[in-house]
Design a protein around this ligand. Structure first.
Ligand SMILES: Nc1ncnc2c1ncn2[C@@H]1O[C@H](COP(=O)(O)OP(=O)(O)O)[C@@H](O)[C@H]1O
Ligand SMILES: [Mg+2]
Length: 349
């Protein structure tokens, strides 16, 4: 069988660069080299693309130290086929499929998806529209409002509209506590739970560091449940998993810093009816929000068994502690098989 030319792009300019490198490390380790000719690109924090040799250790500090020794490489289109042009030796490596292992802005928001599309390269994951919808917490929730999926009440506020809002006014609409988030970050970066005026002011400044628009959201008291979804036109949902945060909520420290941070319960302890309902909501949201390939769908399950959709991650983490691969693993798919499926779904798109 002909080998598929696979390009894995990781690193990136977003605040989630480190998570991306951890994910890429796992994916690259698990790749079946008999099936794929692998090209690796690390994007540094300024956006420069570097071509890495396949033997490079995938570690952010090591790569950053050796950056000068790598050749820059960029996408090109030659004879209608996409390829990676090495800027030093001017050789072009063909690329059939791109796997953007990039989280956040420029990676998960439709940017790189658009870039790959322009070079006739198929790619893993949602298309431009699906990626950008899910990167924007306000747009995604606006679309969900028209479905029968439950979501927290929310207010989207642009920086120049803030003069119309204050703590008391928001408290009246959403009660306390409520959440303040930048509309388009991930890994809980810039997110705070607000109980009082002081926290409100401080958290506005924090959130606005990451985005010019924020979402203020009603607090949903419930268990944090996540489902992994795979597929294009007929997606399937994994068994749900549960996150038990160590912090007050599932924070950046819980996700990325503390090794003894949040607890992942895989699969979540749920009865059959609950599982069915959660999977149905996950699949409906996946379709409503234009996802394809893969996504992790995050929900809250309340005491009276109501399922609220929190968000969809179109490029979920693949780190050692990530829910997405673990949930497929208990269904019998190991990392290598999961990657094969993702690439065959990309080729079908
Ligand atoms: N409306 C909410 N009610 C309760 N907890 C929330 C709410 N919104 C966010 N959280 C908590 O904050 C975490 C991060 O928020 P989320 O919207 O998922 O941002 P991110 O995209 O950074 O993961 C969630 O996993 C959850 O613990
Ligand atoms: Mg989240």
């Amino acid at each position: 069988m002909k080998k598929i030319n696979l390009l894995i792009v990781f690193g990136g300019t977003s605040s989630e660069r480190s998570v991306s490198v951890w994910s890429a490390n796992n994916i690259i380790k698990a790749i079946d080299h008999k099936k794929y000719n692998l090209s690796l690109v690390f994007i540094d924090k300024f956006g420069t693309w570097y071509s890495l040799n396949n033997s490079t250790e995938i570690d952010e500090t090591l790569i950053t130290k050796k950056l000068k020794t790598f050749d820059e490489a960029y996408l090109v289109l030659k004879n209608k086929k996409g390829g990676l042009l090495n800027m030093k030796n001017h050789k072009i490596k063909p690329v059939d499929v791109g796997f953007p292992v990039l989280h956040g802005i420029n990676g998960e928001d439709g940017s790189i998806q658009g870039l790959l599309q322009m070079y006739n390269i198929k790619y893993v994951g949602s298309n431009i529209l699906g990626s950008s919808i899910n990167m924007n917490k306000v747009i995604a929730k606006e679309l969900l409002k028209n479905s029968n999926i439950k979501i927290a009440n929310f207010i989207g506020i642009k920086d120049y509209e803030l003069k119309n809002w204050n703590f008391r006014k928001i408290k009246k609409i959403l009660n306390v506590p409520f959440f303040i988030k930048p509309v388009s970050t991930g890994s809980s970066i810039g997110i705070n739970k607000i109980y009082n005026q002081k926290e409100f002011q401080r958290s506005l400044t924090v959130a606005l560091k990451y985005d010019h628009k924020i979402i203020v959201e009603e607090y949903i008291k419930g268990r944090e449940i996540e489902c992994s979804v795979l597929g294009n036109t007929n997606p399937i949902a994994s068994l749900p998993g549960e996150i038990i945060p160590k912090d007050e909520f599932y924070s950046y420290a819980d996700k990325c810093i503390n090794s003894d941070g949040a607890q992942l319960i895989i699969p979540a302890k749920l009865n059959k009816t609950q599982i069915k309902k959660i999977q149905a909501v996950a699949l409906q949201a996946y379709k409503t929000l234009e996802c394809s390939g893969l996504a992790r769908v995050d929900m809250f399950l309340t005491n009276n068994n109501e399922v609220y959709l929190n968000e969809i991650n179109t490029i979920p983490g693949f780190t050692n502690i990530s829910m997405f691969p673990k949930l497929w693993n208990i269904s019998g798919l190991d990392y290598a098989q999961l990657i094969n499926i993702l690439i065959s779904l990309a080729l079908k798109n």
